[in-house]
Ligand binder design. Sequence first.
Ligand SMILES: Cc1cc2nc3c(=O)[nH]c(=O)nc-3n(C[C@H](O)[C@H](O)[C@H](O)COP(=O)(O)OP(=O)(O)OC[C@H]3O[C@@H](n4cnc5c(N)ncnc54)[C@H](O)[C@@H]3O)c2cc1C
Length: 389
Amino acid sequence: MATDTLDIEQLIGWDGLFHDEERLVRANVRRFVKERCMPRIVADYEAGRFPLELVPELARLGLLGANLEGYGCAGMGALAYGLACHELEACDSGLRSFVSVQTSLAMYAIHRFGSEAQKTRWLPEMAAGRALGCFGLTEPGHGSDPGGMETRAERDGGDWVLTGRKLWITNAQIAHLAIVWARAKDGIRGFIVERDRRGFAAEDIPHKLSMRASVTGGLVLDGVRVPEGNRLPEAAGLKAPLACLDNARFGVAWGVLGAAQACFEIALKYACEREQFGTPIAAKQLVQLELADVASEVVKASLLSVHYARLKEAGRLHAAQTSLLKRNNCRIALEAARRCRAVLGANGVAGDFHVLRHAANLESTFTYEGTDQIHTLAIGRALTGSAAF
Ligand SMILES: Cc1cc2nc3c(=O)[nH]c(=O)nc-3n(C[C@H](O)[C@H](O)[C@H](O)COP(=O)(O)OP(=O)(O)OC[C@H]3O[C@@H](n4cnc5c(N)ncnc54)[C@H](O)[C@@H]3O)c2cc1C
């Protein structure tokens, strides 16, 4: 083997791209993941269990509401938040999904569209991990086209009555509050629904084969009555939930890179140690092709992600750029996981080697927060001015 080797982070040229605060966030989350998450993730995944015990530690690291200002939130920049997502998903996409939904969907919805009373009531509790949130947009009959939603919000005196179903909702069964999007007479509106409201229930989705260390369920709203004070006053129309998704996609795009890099590092180590035909398989040209291809895609996606993070910090990241980033990174991460899985041969399907778990999770990231195809069309619309949805 050549002695003059570069690891993937040297190949990316990470060092020099980050400020001190960003380096510190990355180091702290990396240590937390190594010490607290990695030792248990294989068992959690197999058991279909989200590690709820770790939530207070995620809160202490400032990761819940990380990129929001005030109300007990850490106020991190976009790149620091991206790096935190990267490190979490190097362990498991479910861990990062929990943080994404709490931070970028539930807390962000309240922070951006809520009243002052709603913000002071919920955000400090959510930042501390004492109140957990979920985000109910998708319905059994409406995923990519949420504008068709059937969940209704009807005025009754000073209250609202919510009726409908939501499906594929991350954190549904562990959430203390749900952000529920529903159709009112004057368009789509958002509501905070506490889980102890009469008529509200969260249901399991059985036999889930991806994101097994994440909680995913359905919400039943059977005439749930909430006061006007639970409506998000600044949210009017579909553009409100779409703004939340746009915000959350950025974290997804960064997270999946962490999974891709983890798969690459596992495959590289394995290839250097595994001998066949008298030499390590890392010395075989076809194995090097796999490693070089995966590394190239990870390097390119990482650098694009840094560039777009800086644009986001400057308030200049366009929604089409977020679509491009989400689509690109989810694609290359899934492809990386599949190719790395093959480098491990039969061991690639063993839980202890992690890669197939990442691949199974990345199938979900390919679909949620806008499918690959929907982001293709979003980019196409931005390029041509024609919506082809
Ligand atoms: C693990 C997991 C967690 C999730 N968490 C949440 C959550 O917390 N909150 C939430 O609200 N939702 C959540 N979702 C739902 C997710 O956002 C939806 O699955 C996604 O939006 C796609 O909707 P769908 O599954 O109904 O697929 P569909 O919309 O039915 O699409 C099926 C296929 O048709 C394609 N398609 C659809 N329209 C077009 C078109 N116009 N042109 C070309 N192709 C098209 C799609 O790309 C896809 O390949 C989660 C999903 C998963 C898997």
